[in-house]
Design a protein around this ligand. Sequence first.
Ligand code: PLP
Length: 377
Amino acid sequence: MSIPLEASDILSSSLEDLVDLFDVRPSDAPRPDHEREAELASPKFGAVFTDHMARVSYTADRGWYDRRVEKYGPLQLDPATAVLHYAQEIFEGLKAYKHSDGSIWTFRPEQNAARFARSAARLALPALSVDDFIASLAALVRTDSAWVPTGEEASLYLRPFMFASEPFLGVRSSREVDYIVIASPVGPYFSGGVAPVSIWVERDFARAAAGGTGAAKCGGNYAASLLPQTQAQARGCDQVCFLDGTGTYLEELGGMNVFVVRADGSVETPELTGSILEGVTRSSIIQLLQDGGHEVRQRQIPLDELLAQIDDGTVTEVFACGTAAVVTPIGRLAGSNFDKSISDGAAGSLTMAIREELTGIQTGAVEDRHGWLRRLA
Ligand SMILES: *Cc1c(COP(=O)(O)O)cnc(C)c1O
């Protein structure tokens, strides 16, 4: 049995003390109530942001300093700012949920904090502490708590990011860095109910390479995925699944991990080989499947084997997962010489059950038996 962690086991001080380190400088132009309520009534993912952002500055000499919550607004950057040239940037994505009693929670933020530190190390950026990461989320959410939407599958999407802010064209790691958290209210990912997506399996382009930055959550990985994504859409597919560098094994989508469900109830997901991003949703789903008695194997999954097993009925469901959509059924896999529908193009039953369990835990409707939720406000 796992013992739920208390926030005090993760943070070096109480969350209250850590949030107090953030100086709140209120916006002089917050959106009036009626404007905010109109935005919350029909949230547009990543297009509308709250009134404030949390921010911490860094220099090699001072370390992290000036923890603050300030007015959301444009950044003024020197054209020589390193990130604009060498893409030294990382980010995270997580959600804050308002429960029925008005309290505001987030899901396993210490996992995102740890991954952010691993991404920082790979991109030669300074590590931000778990304390500062979680306190920055709480400081922003408390200031903009009126922006956390209520309603089924509604949440406030939190986007922490860090970038090289030194104006210098020399190729070395930046001696000045900015860490910022912005927040965008989001509604259900699938507005018309959960619908299976179609996937183009990409053989010509890779997202990540052995020894590269695939396991880090950095903007550059996304830049590399945009051309294949555009081509996949032109071919009538919604998203791309990338293979490993040899074009043999399944890796993941541009921003989601993949799972394969077999007729015998066991489940497989590509093992973390170093070019796959370790999703928090992925590891949570592995745990929930195991709790439910499903055998979960992490291994390299050859594309050819998967296609044959879809044909012979060994594989019955395929799904993708990540924070934004939580769980997305995959109804079709297409590539240069194949086009297969899975579960007759419908959402699989285990896919939907795991989706419901996970969203239930996040929104407070299902018991959080692993102690994954952290209260922010
Ligand atoms: C963020 C991301 C995921 C999903 O991670 P979660 O922690 O589950 O949101 C998967 N793959 C890539 C490439 C990602 O950037």
